[in-house]
Design a protein around this ligand. Structure first.
Ligand code: LMR
Length: 409
């Protein structure tokens, strides 16, 4: 760089991140009747995102009893990983060799897994079903991998475009990776059936594809066990896999950034090498993950009473989400498919123009692709929400979409 050259002159201006911009827009709206179905955080019936009681009790204990804040190491809190593993993978004794480490949120886990992949297969393709969480493709691209897209959701039926997905995976090349949402798909709320997981596992094994499961909502769909049944079936069938996990939603510790990454490979010698590579990569990315959130989750899971309390609170969140889904499905035939979907999100069958009108005229805030966070709805605002939505659902072009006869799940 010669004297007088501007150091950052080649940086291009960027549009704001759409979801983060939506949070700011909603915050700035002074209408008391506004409805926030935007960013994916759980809200209770009063619209609040509270700290879980089990988490609060664990935090109190942590503050009272923690005697040192000295470094733990690049792997983070190992007891946290040890306690979380059976919740994710089950208690079975015949588990394949795995290594797991704590990461800053599910995003940190995805990025770390992507960096590992880029080391072993530079530029490898990562198949991503569309639509997906807007951060998925950038995470892989920034790590030097090549995002490739296949259909996942069929907007016409409101169900999964499974044949098109499978066809794309059959055409994938050995060594490609496949990103799979473990449960409660973001943004559609649709989930693969067990038979579909089986078929995906078969194509991964047959074509030599590496599954990379993103599990960010365990327990917020159908149940803690049910939500990982497909992932477990897959992991039982494939030799190698990566699993990115987030506790941010199911423990409601969003800003604490609590996550984990596991690598599975049938070759125990390879696990040790992967471990060394993951620790070296983590060291260069963030050196050590932040401690407080993972230590809190560890205390919850290490205490049977707190763990029970957490399971009950998680069930309460899940039941509320599913009751809002039922209420939406009852409110309008065009929303019938939402009842069978799971997790925080559903994609409404409306245009982005309708999304803008709902925001400007009614103070209803949803993502531009018409994704709603169903947790933003409650007894006080649901009728107002569906009344405002109805004219857009009744338009001719959407009449048959998302109807009760569609294969939404
Ligand atoms: C969402 O999809 O709304 C959340 O996962 C928040 C985020 O980081 O985008």
């Amino acid at each position: 760089m010669s004297a007088g050259t501007e150091a950052f002159a080649r940086l291009a201006p960027l549009p704001a991140d759409a979801l983060l911009a939506l949070i700011a827009l909603c915050r700035a709206d002074l209408r008391t009747e506004k409805i926030d179905v935007g960013v994916g955080v759980y809200r209770d019936e009063a619209g609040a995102t509270t700290v879980l009681r089990a988490v609060k009790a664990a935090e109190d204990r942590l503050v009272a009893e923690q005697s040192s804040k000295a470094y733990l190491g690049a792997e983070g809190d190992q007891r946290f990983i040890e306690l979380l593993a059976p919740i994710v993978f089950g208690d079975g004794t015949n588990q394949p060799p795995r290594f797991g480490l704590q990461t800053p949120g599910g995003t940190g886990a995805l990025r770390l897994g992507a960096e590992l992949l880029a080391r072993t297969a530079p530029g490898a393709r990562v198949w991503i079903g569309t639509p997906t969480w807007p951060n998925h493709a950038p995470i892989f691209a920034e790590a030097g991998l090549t995002p490739a897209f296949h259909p996942y959701y069929d907007a016409t039926s409101g169900g999964i475009a499974f044949n098109a997905m499978l066809e794309a995976l059959h055409a994938a090349m050995p060594g490609d990776a496949v990103l799979l949402h473990g449960c409660s798909h973001n943004p559609t709320g649709t989930e693969l059936s067990i038979d579909e997981w089986r078929a995906v596992a078969a194509v991964c094994t047959g074509r030599g594809l590496l599954p990379f499961v993103d599990l960010a909502y365990q327990g917020l769909g159908t149940g803690l066990e049910e939500d990982v049944a497909g992932t477990r079936l897959l992991l039982d069938s494939v030799p190698d896999a990566l699993v990115a996990y987030s506790c941010d939603k199911n423990f409601a510790v969003y800003r604490e950034r609590v996550g984990a990454l596991w690598i599975q490979t049938r070759n125990p010698a390879r696990v040790a090498i992967a471990r060394d590579n993951l620790l070296a990569l983590a060291r260069s990315l963030w050196s050590m993950p932040p401690d407080h959130g993972a230590a809190t989750v560890r205390i919850v899971l290490d205490d049977p009473d707190l763990a029970d309390m957490w399971r009950v609170e998680l069930a309460t969140m899940r039941q509320r989400l599913n009751s809002v889904r039922t209420a939406l499905a009852v409110a309008h035939p065009g929303l019938a498919g939402i009842a069978a979907q799971r997790g925080l999100f559903s994609l409404l069958p409306i245009t982005s123009q309708a999304v803008t009108t709902l925001r400007e005229a009614h103070g209803i805030y949803m993502a531009d692709n018409a994704r709603i966070n169903v947790a933003g709805l409650n007894a006080a605002n649901l009728a107002r929400f569906t009344d405002a939505l109805t004219p857009f659902l009744d338009g001719d072009q959407f009449r048959n979409r998302f109807s009760a006869s569609s294969p939404g799940r």
